[in-house]
Design a protein around this ligand. Structure first.
Ligand code: MTE
Length: 319
């Protein structure tokens, strides 16, 4: 995030999928596989849009705010995943080394009983939901993504934390064969594992999810397969990818970017147009696929749902 690059988010308008096409695709999906196979026009539409085949069952988000979705291509071709590279376009072609088979997640710390659970077994315990969210990177770009996941609060209840647990801490897997930048040791871009954390009440908020897919299909490797955090009112760096360890603790976790540069990145990282990054304004953002910038919303548009979590806190100090 410290690296200045040309603004590659300036994609042409034709790259944006109109919402009607996405909605139509959902209607087609409801028709079932038989009708899909017989319909050439549907197959053409799938190919043209470059959409994956839906493989997850979930409750649909009605998108009552009528947010305009970014395309599957945009969401999966412009990524921050430093374990691979600092080039946003470079992540997708490199991410094939990530192997999500036999993915275990360690759950430890202040809980009734520590355990290790395989990703597929974990999934069986929770109801998947689609969550169409704004996603705002601290760097000033944003997108709207139809994530699929389950509530982090449901996972927390399942893990049974002790009353002494005040925070939850997440770690990305460390595996030098899968993640080329980790193999660079002290010359790595950041100190691994990538760590993030939340206060337990933030983690219990209804908006916070563990995401396992997007656009109806399993999470693409470049977006943090098989499972990642999504906290839509915070800058994107809080949404840690490819989680291999979840710990409950009584101490505020030191997250990777705060450790890297505490003057520029804090623990809270709430989207806030009134608190600028030391090197750039946070008042506006560029949505992937559009040329003009739009106003950044307080708490990324989720003020009603989360402002109470920070009542009485000086948001300049706790940035
Ligand atoms: N998680 C890990 N493990 N490594 C990373 O480099 N980058 C973060 C976050 N999670 C990152 C990560 C940042 S800075 C952003 S903006 C988002 O992932 C990007 O998510 P996306 O590639 O799905 O858009």
């Amino acid at each position: 995030m410290n690296i200045i690059k040309k603004p590659t988010w300036q994609l042409s308008e034709k790259d944006v999928t109109p919402k009607e096409i996405f909605d139509k695709r959902r209607d087609f999906l409801k028709l079932g596989v038989a009708s899909l196979i017989t319909s050439n026009s549907v197959l053409e539409l799938f190919a043209k849009e470059n959409l994956p085949i839906k493989n997850l069952d979930y409750q649909i988000d009605k998108n009552i705010q009528d947010l305009k979705l970014n395309t599957y291509d945009q969401i999966t071709s412009y990524n921050n995943f430093y374990e691979f590279t600092t080039s946003k376009e470079g992540v997708k072609p490199l991410a094939n080394t990530l192997n999500t088979n036999n993915w275990d997640i360690v759950v430890d710390g202040l809980i009734e009983k520590e355990f290790i659970i395989r990703f597929e077994d974990l999934m069986k315990n929770f109801q998947l939901e689609e969550r169409i969210y704004r996603f705002r990177c601290v760097e000033g770009w944003s997108m709207v993504v139809p994530w699929i996941g389950f509530k982090l609060s449901d996972f927390i209840k399942y893990a049974k934390p002790l009353s002494s647990a005040k925070y939850i801490r997440f770690e990305t897997l460390v595996d030098e064969e899968m993640f080329p930048d980790q193999a660079r040791g002290i010359f790595s871009t950041i100190d691994y594992p990538y760590v993030e954390g939340l206060r337990l009440d933030e983690a219990m908020n209804d908006l916070t999810i563990l995401a396992v897919g997007l656009y109806g299909s399993s999470m693409p490797k470049q977006n943090g397969a098989p499972i990642r955090l999504i906290v839509p009112w915070k800058y994107g760096f809080k949404s840690v990818k490819s989680i291999a360890k979840i710990s409950f603790t009584d101490k505020e976790p030191l997250n990777s970017w705060q450790k890297e540069n505490p003057r520029e990145y804090g623990f809270y990282a709430n989207v806030n147009p009134n608190v600028d990054h030391p090197r750039w304004s946070q008042k506006r953002e560029r949505v992937l696929g559009s040329f003009f910038k739009q106003k950044t919303l307080m708490f990324n548009g989720y003020e009603k749902e989360v402002a109470h979590l920070y009542k009485g806190m000086d948001l300049r100090k706790y940035f």
